[in-house]
Ligand binder design. Structure first.
Ligand code: SF4
Length: 298
């Protein structure tokens, strides 16, 4: 490993030491599935949380907290069993940003339909990502997941076209976007180490694209990893490849901790003395001005 990468690895490990504490889970949507023990509950709560994981964490919590409260101790049981309280639950749902209340209702009706078709087996959605040989493919697995969810929604809504809100929620399968919310869901499901759950056994951590949210995009620029204006799915796979140089087996280890630099430390992706002085990454960050080295005497 080069000296630069070794130094980056040291700084990343310092970042992990700082933020590897359960109190920081509350600063991330992963706090929702962390409330459950049963893998079926964890998976269903994770997919709902990741689909709505856009906007700031406070808004996401304000929207999702009442929903999970209404679903009771087991969201999986709540959705998969015939219950008189389900229609009241649908009535009480609200819209979220680009999703109308009707969009949110259709999503929950779709999830209910999927769960009622399944026997009680975990995992629920892993097969949506796998090809006929039960493997994950870089160029098609996430798209296949999107297509399958989309077709389930279209059947539920009895329509041929998704509304804008539902299309935004699932993403367009044929767009080149980095598909960051689905990548985040995969990280939670596949990685087998804190803070993730490791429920999917047929997909490897190093196969998953990095969840390229706004924080990771900023951080990967100031760390000199990429400089693209418009980030695409391929860049997310390239970022995973980059971190494999530091950690071949578990490159997504750093995702949770790097995003804390944006969410908690308020990294702006540019030098701001007050923020940058306390940052674990300041020695490897390109935007931090370096002191002028004293000239060698003689
Ligand atoms: S040193 Fe400043 S700009 Fe660089 S990562 Fe840290 S907070 Fe962000």
């Amino acid at each position: 490993m080069s000296d630069d990468l070794s130094l980056l690895k040291i700084k990343l490990n310092q970042l992990i030491s700082k933020y590897k504490n359960v109190s920081y889970l509350e600063t991330d949507p992963i706090c929702f599935p962390k409330r459950y023990k049963n893998p079926l509950d964890i998976e269903i709560v994770s997919i709902i949380s990741c689909l709505f994981a856009y906007g700031n964490v406070k808004n996401i919590k304000n929207f999702l907290d009442p929903i999970f409260n209404m679903m009771g101790a087991s969201p999986y049981e709540f959705l998969s069993q015939q219950s008189s309280s389900f229609s009241k639950f649908l009535q009480n749902l609200k819209g979220y940003r680009f999703q109308t209340k009707e969009d949110v209702v259709v999503l929950f009706l779709t999830l209910q339909k999927i769960l009622r078709k399944k026997t009680k087996q975990s995992p629920i959605f892993e097969s949506y990502f796998l090809n006929s040989k039960e493997s994950f493919e870089k160029n098609s697995s996430i798209q296949n997941f999107q297509k399958k969810i989309e077709s389930e929604i279209l059947i539920t809504a009895n329509t041929k076209e998704l509304t804008y809100g539902l299309q935004f929620l699932i993403g367009k399968w044929n767009s080149k976007s980095p598909k960051k919310r689905i990548s985040l869901f995969l990280r939670w499901m596949v990685r087998n180490e804190y803070p993730d759950f490791g429920l999917y056994k047929k997909i490897k951590t190093y196969q998953i694209p990095y969840p390229m949210d706004v924080h990771i995009q900023k951080l990967s620029k100031v760390l000199g990893i990429h400089n693209q204006k418009q980030v695409q799915l391929n860049d997310a796979f390239l970022l995973t490849e980059f971190f494999r140089n530091i950690n071949a087996v578990d490159p997504l280890l750093y995702d949770f901790y790097l995003t804390r630099v944006g969410i908690i430390d308020r990294c702006k992706g540019r030098y701001e003395e007050k923020i940058c002085n306390g940052c674990e990454l300041k020695e490897v960050c390109l935007v931090v001005p370096r002191g002028i080295e004293p000239r060698l005497q003689g």
